[in-house]
Design a protein around this ligand. Structure first.
Ligand SMILES: [Zn+2]
Length: 312
């Protein structure tokens, strides 16, 4: 198998094709029209995952909005408009808030899978839509009250903001930036083992960007904190929505002049340099001492890319 057999052009959860309808969602009359359109569809998720339709090519299940009263009622009460698909509106349904009958009617047509599984089995555009749906519903679930004064907030802009009636604050969906990076020295890759992972599982290092810090500075700091290694020349590579519950992964590549890595914080319990051959053997399943992250993650995307760039 060649390395290109393992690689993808873009990280999973990117490539969502809906028009996000940023203009339409600001006009309540337009949103009302979209709700009445017989072509309007819903896609649904619960805390457990997203609702998919099985088949030769699995997809995110799209159901007519008007079909069942409990579903239509939720969509009308607090519309969460994801966007337009071929001109028709797609609304999000929070299954945890639908009455049992309505929920079963919808879930009976498909199956709920975790977002990770959805990323592994859906084509990129629908995996991206699943991530978008999950990210937005996660935010609404966790931000029902105003962070400024504690009052209950209401949905605005057809799901893109929440408004506090008491202090008049507007709250927008939150995204938490995380840097994740390959660090390379003399043909070797720096990988760490997180406490609690299977023994052989290793991945590239990662961490949240701190307040008042650039992403590039976060790369240097995280590598130093987690491994004691001095990284330099961080360059942005690609990003990935990662709504577990609300992260945006910022993928970087960096260099290092080497040194002996040591696990320096509570998150990692082992860290080390791995040669290209060791990583390739892991990809081929012939290195029992090294298990790489699944292809749904940008970690794996970055590792695959590193191998491709260091091909012999
Ligand atoms: Zn408030």
């Amino acid at each position: 198998m060649s390395i290109s057999d393992f690689t993808s052009d873009a990280p999973t959860f990117t490539g969502m094709r809906l028009d996000r309808a940023m203009r339409e969602r600001e006009d309540r009359a337009v949103v009302a029209q979209l709700l009445d359109d017989p072509e309007a569809r819903v896609v649904a998720a619960s805390r457990e995952g997203v609702l998919i339709a099985d088949g030769e090519e699995p997809s995110l299940l799209r159901a007519p909005l008007a079909e069942r009263a409990p579903i239509a009622a939720q969509a009308r009460q607090e519309p969460i408009l994801l966007g337009l698909e071929d001109g028709a509106a797609v609304f999000a349904i929070e299954l945890d808030a639908v009455a049992r009958v309505g929920r079963e009617e919808l879930t009976g047509r498909g199956r709920i899978v975790s977002l990770r599984e959805a990323g592994a089995i859906l084509a990129h555009p629908d995996a991206g839509l699943a991530a978008y749906l999950t990210a937005l519903l996660n935010w609404h679930r966790r931000h029902r009250r105003c962070a400024n004064c504690g009052a209950a907030t209401s949905v605005k802009e057809a799901g893109y903001s929440r408004r506090c009636p008491r202090c008049r604050s507007t709250h927008f969906p939150r995204t938490d930036p995380v840097v994740i990076m390959t660090v390379e020295n003399d043909g070797r890759l720096l990988l760490g083992h997180r406490a609690g992972w299977p023994d052989a599982r290793y991945s590239v290092l990662a961490g949240f960007v701190s307040p008042g810090e650039s992403a590039e500075e976060a790369v240097i700091r995280e590598v130093r904190e987690e491994s004691g290694i001095v990284a330099r020349d961080p360059k942005f590579v690609a990003s990935q929505p990662w709504p577990f519950p609300s992260s945006l992964m910022l993928g970087f590549q960096a260099q290092s002049d080497g040194g002996e890595p040591r696990a320096g914080d509570d998150e990692l319990d082992a860290v080390g340099w791995f040669t290209r051959d060791q990583v390739i053997d892991a990809l081929n399943g012939s290195n029992p001492g090294l298990l790489l992250p699944p292809s749904v993650s940008i970690a794996r995307f970055l590792i695959d890319r590193w191998l491709r760039l260091h091909g012999s």
